[in-house]
Design a protein around this ligand. Structure first.
Ligand SMILES: Cc1cc2nc3c(=O)[nH]c(=O)nc-3n(C[C@H](O)[C@H](O)[C@H](O)COP(=O)(O)O)c2cc1C
Length: 241
């Protein structure tokens, strides 16, 4: 296995950080890796918010489903899907651009998340830990106000970065499910009942399929945060209709 493949495989989310600050060089390397990611039509349909104000970090730690590690992270980046900036450029150049549609938003979300993942990979290669925070998609009205988001700009994901605390080394990366459950040949088919059970088998930790899955469903899918995320994304989507 070459070094890139090894690092991609070994990377795991880091949620506990030391007080050590990231160097300017490391910060720049992470941001440079992000913007070198593939991007639709080389448009870079995203804007990265580099959150440095501690008060803002503290607030995000609350508004993003009460996750205190956000306030402790040295580097906090919000990758915004940005369907506004080209619109402004087009108008400035005297074009008559159409109103952005949902497709433009989804393409910008792809762009933003692909750039984000480059940042994660770059950070890991430098010994810097990171963790995505999906909850930035919640509380649209609050985040629009806090981050001064204009129309057609939506936070697609947030990543927190920092030097990994000692205990991180002991945490085992959660196992992925078998490849044949993820990769399907030449077209989509639904998983059989046996395969559905196999899909969660590595997470059961001694529990039976039904009780583990029911608890997981309550904690993740039917949770307040997941419902809030869907409500909030509707607020952004509304701008594109
Ligand atoms: C889109 C996205 C959103 C996530 N949101 C959170 C989050 O809000 N809080 C958190 O602790 N981890 C979050 N994670 C991290 C996942 O829980 C983690 O990637 C997953 O459990 C697999 O573990 P690993 O990254 O260590 O391989 C998120 C990951 C992704 C890709």
């Amino acid at each position: 296995m070459n070094e890139v493949l090894k690092q991609l495989s070994e990377r795991k989310s880091v949620r506990a950080f030391t007080d050590r600050k990231l160097s300017e060089e490391d910060r720049n390397a992470i941001l440079t890796a992000a913007v070198q990611a593939p991007t639709a039509g080389n448009q870079q349909l995203y804007t990265i918010l580099d959150i440095q104000d501690q008060k803002l970090k503290d607030r995000l730690a609350e508004t993003c489903d009460h996750q205190p590690m956000i306030a402790k992270a040295d580097m906090v980046l919000i990758f915004c899907a940005d369907a506004a900036k080209w619109l402004n450029v087009y108008r400035t150049a005297g074009c008559q651009p159409r109103k952005p549609g949902v497709g433009d938003l989804l393409l910008a979300c792809s762009d933003a998340c692909i750039a984000a993942q480059n940042a994660v990979t770059a950070a890991w290669s430098l010994g810097i830990g990171s963790c995505y925070i999906g909850d930035i998609m919640e509380n649209a009205e609050t985040h629009q106000q806090l981050l001064h988001l204009p129309e057609y700009v939506m936070p697609a994901c947030m990543i927190i970065f920092g030097c990994p605390a000692k205990e991180v080394g002991n945490r085992i990366k959660p196992e992925r499910c078998d490849m044949d459950l993820i990769v399907q040949k030449d077209g989509y088919h639904e998983l059989s009942l046996d395969d559905q059970k196999r899909m969660v088998s590595k997470s059961l930790n001694g529990k039976d399929f039904e009780s583990w899955t029911q608890a997981f469903c309550a904690r993740k899918y039917n949770s307040d945060f997941a419902r809030e995320m869907s409500r909030s994304v509707e607020v952004y989507l509304e701008q594109f209709k």
